[in-house]
Design a protein around this ligand. Sequence first.
Ligand SMILES: [Zn+2]
Length: 306
Amino acid sequence: MTKLEVVFLGTSSATPAKKRNLPAVVIRREGEVVLMDCGEGTQRRFLELGLGINKEMVVLITHLHGDHVNGLLGLLQTMSMSQRGKRLTLVGPEGLYLWVKTSMEMLQIGLSFDLQFVAARPGVVLRREAYLIRCARANHSVEAWSYVFEETPRPGVFDSRKAVALGVPEGRKWSTLQHGRSVTVDGRTVRPREVLGPRREGRRVGYSGDTRPSATLARLFAGVDLLIFDSTYATRDADKAADRRHSTSVEAAELAKKAGVRRLALTHFSARYRTVSALVKQAREVFPETFAASDGMFVDVPAKAQ
Ligand SMILES: [Zn+2]
């Protein structure tokens, strides 16, 4: 089974803390990288964590607040200086491309690679062979988006005994059936469903960015394997969370429970808390499968039991 892992580069909110950098999270799958938000210092975190910036990469930006995008120009500039040739796809709010383009022109940063921009909109915004990116509106103080990374489902397990019983000779025809296409044996058609088990669903990872909880997000994140959610505040600061359009750790847990996710990673912690243990404790009372993300943490997303 292909390894799918999430790497936390920065888990602080608006300002960096001693041990927490500004927001950035990576999803790694077979040499491909999906970077979600790009706070200041993200390119250094790539170096420190040995992630490599010249891989196939998609960058998803949730919203145009400095703590979520200020690392982007530096990252693009370094990629160019190291002669990146691979295309890079950038997904985010409409204004993002104008900001990047204008800044690059003013700073005379020429790109060595093709930069493709896709404006965020509700639904599927990007399709790759191995995965797709789904998107929905978040509820923050500016236009903001939440994302789901979704692996492409795989065909069911091939039952060789059934294939033999149906007279399909081992070889190319088996492989054709395994890839979900019918074959003909002695004038008779054998369909994939006759020899394959149920389709194996892909793994899914959700990322909220800055947001209040909402019914839209509960739908977007329904059943994800790992949900990474805004947990800026503790319950005692719930009024601030409502005011600044963020969430408390308990609100994140309530949404995780409602959406029926497998695990919840709390992130985007306010620098006001010396430790986040109280936030995690409060959240676990609502949703036990909760943990606090920390900088440099690698989290494996295991395959579902079939
Ligand atoms: Zn924000």
